[in-house]
Design a binder for this molecule. Sequence first.
Ligand code: NZQ
Ligand code: ZN
Length: 383
Amino acid sequence: MENFKVYNPTKLHFGKDVVSKSGKILSSFGHRVLLIYGRGSVKKNGIYQTVISELKSSGCEIFEYGGIKSNPVFEDVDAAAALARESKVDVIIALGGGSVIDTAKMVALTACVTHSSWDFFTHKKEVKKALPLMCILTLAATGTEMNPYAVIQNDVTHEKRSYGHPLIFPKHSFLDPAFTLSVPYDYTAYGICDVIAHALEAYFGKGRADLTDNIIIEIVKETMHKGKLLLSNLQNYDLRADIMLAATLALNGTTTYGKSYGDWGVHSIGHVLSSLYDIPHGASLSIAYPAWLRLHKEKLSDKILFLGEKLMNAANVEETIEKLEQFFRTIKCPVSLNEIPQKTRKSEVLQQLQRQKVNGYYHKITDNDYVTLADLMYAGHIN
Ligand code: NZQ
Ligand code: ZN
C-alpha cells in the first residue's frame, strides 16, 4: 500500500431542502457576494430564485456573473474575477454543475491577483490566497463540490488543464438531490460515465489497497445499477440521491487511499477530445475508457479481470472491456469518435495527443501508443 495523507475541510450539507435554510451560512464569510451560474438552467427550474431569496433575507448584496459554458474557459474566469475585484466581494458562490464550480474555484484565486487565471495552470504564478467559496450543486458528476481541483479550457491553445490547491476546497457545499431532477437524459448519462471513470482512475492507481479497491467496486456497481434505473425514471428523488452520493464519494479523496492519487490517463485523453471538439466531459470518457483499457490490457490483465468478475460476471479481459463498452452504449453514450455529431479528424486527435504528451501518472503511454490509441478511439468495437 502506498503512503497517503487525508485532508478534506469541505463541510457538506446533503439532502432535501438544505438550501432553504442556508442564508446564514452562505453569508457567514461576508455580505458582498459574487454569484456565478451557467447558461440558464437555474432560472428555468427556479433554483436561482430560491438562492437569491435566501441571500437577500440574510442581508447580502449580490453581484452576478452568468453564462458559464460547459467545458468552461479561462476568459470567463478572468472576467468574473475582474468583477469580483471591482465589486470588492467577500465571498464567491457557485450555483451549478462542475463547469460553474470549477470556474468559481479559479475566480476565488484570480480575484486576489491582477494576472490571468491561466498563469496558475501553466505554473507561471503561484497561489498565495483565495476568497472563500461556497457551492450549490445542480448536477451530480464531477465531485468538484468536495475536492481541491478545477478543470478549465484554453480554446486558443486547445488545452484543457486541471489545477489543484488546498485553498480551493469549498468551505461549504449544498447538495439537494431535488436540484438535479431537471438535468436532462444526456447530461445525467454523461455524469454516470464520469462517476464510473473517477472510480476506475483510482482503481488503476499505484499500490495495492484491497479495501479501497472494494469501495471503488461498490461505487461503480451502485452507479451502473442505480444509474440505469435513474435514466428510465429521471424524476425519482431517491435515485438522484444515490447517484449524487456516489459522485461525491468517487472524487473526494476516499477512492485513492493507499493508491497514490490514481492514474488519470483516461481523463487526460478525454480532455484532449473536449478541448478539440467541445465534447461533453462524460462523453469524452466513454470514448476514451474502452480504448485505454485495450491499449493496456496485457499489462493490466489481472486488475481488469478482477473488475470484470466483481462487476459484470465477465469471464476474461476482452469480455470485461466489451461489457463496460456495452454499458456506455446502453445508456446512449458514445464509445467511438465516429459516433459524435462533431466533425473530427484522426490526424488532429493524434497530433494533440502527441503534442500534449498525454499520459497517466502510473501506466505510461509511449510515443508509439498514440497511433494505436487514436485508432482504437475511432474503431468502436461492438456492432
Ligand atoms: O449552463 P446551464 O444552463 O446551467 O446547463 C448545464 C449544462 O448545459 C446543465 N445543467 C446543470 N445543472 C442542471 C442542468 N440542466 C438542468 N437542470 C440542472 N439542475 O448541464 C450541462 C452540463 O453542465 P456542466 O457543469 O458542464 O456539467 P458537469 O457537472 O458534468 O461538469 C463538467 C466539467 O467539470 C470538469 C469537466 O472537465 C467539465 O469541464 N471536471 C471537473 C473535475 C473536478 N473539478 O474535480 C473532475 C472531473 O473529472 C471533470 O474533469
Ligand atoms: Zn471526470
